[in-house]
Ligand binder design. Structure first.
Ligand code: FES
Length: 181
């Protein structure tokens, strides 16, 4: 009898209370989840957005067009600021600018496409030469000799008010295809 009563009391009292507790537990969990999600979305966006923007590269003024002689490539140095996530890096870079008779200008990355060494212009033979492994390029950047797997890399450039503007990019050396880093 008492055994039966005990079961009944336990069963009668625990089921509705347990159900209510379970229900409020779920409500609390869902509410906490929604609040957490509401806080997390803007936070994640704040954290991730600089990383997504890190490939944005600015136009950089590398000098007056008058500095570049016709048909005689000129190395132009410039300081560029690159936003890499939260970091702003300033670095000195160089480009090679080639002015054509029609006024067009080509701008080459200063890194040899073989393994990334700096190259120079040899005015006597009118060729770019890399000292590391002997790659040679003509004035248009085409490979004339050596192990370079592709022509010199062209950089985006434009002329504004007599100034030469360039977007400095880096490319993976040693590959036939152009792969931007
Ligand atoms: S890095 Fe220029 S030839 Fe090798």
């Amino acid at each position: 009898m008492s055994e039966h009563q005990g079961e009944g009391d336990e069963g009668g009292a625990s089921t509705p209370v347990g159900t209510r507790r379970t229900f409020f537990g779920w409500v609390t969990t869902v509410a906490a989840g929604l609040i957490g999600f509401g806080l997390a979305v803007p936070l994640v966006g704040y954290v991730i957005s600089p990383a997504l923007k890190r490939r944005e590269r600015p136009w950089v003024d590398v000098g007056s067009l008058e500095e570049v002689p016709l048909g005689d490539p000129k190395q132009l140095d410039h300081v560029t600021t690159i936003q890499d996530g939260y970091l702003k890096n300033q670095s000195q870079k160089a480009v090679w600018a080639v002015k054509r008779p029609d006024g067009q200008v080509s701008v080459f990355s200063p890194m040899c496409t073989h393994l990334g060494c700096g190259y120079r212009w040899d005015g006597d033979v009118k060729q770019f030469k890399c000292p590391c492994h002997g790659s040679v390029f003509d004035i248009d950047g085409k490979v004339v000799a050596g192990p370079a797997p592709r022509p010199l890399d062209l950089l985006p450039s434009k002329i504004e008010n007599g100034r030469l503007l360039v977007v400095f990019k880096e490319f993976k050396p040693g590959t036939k295809d152009i792969v931007e880093l």
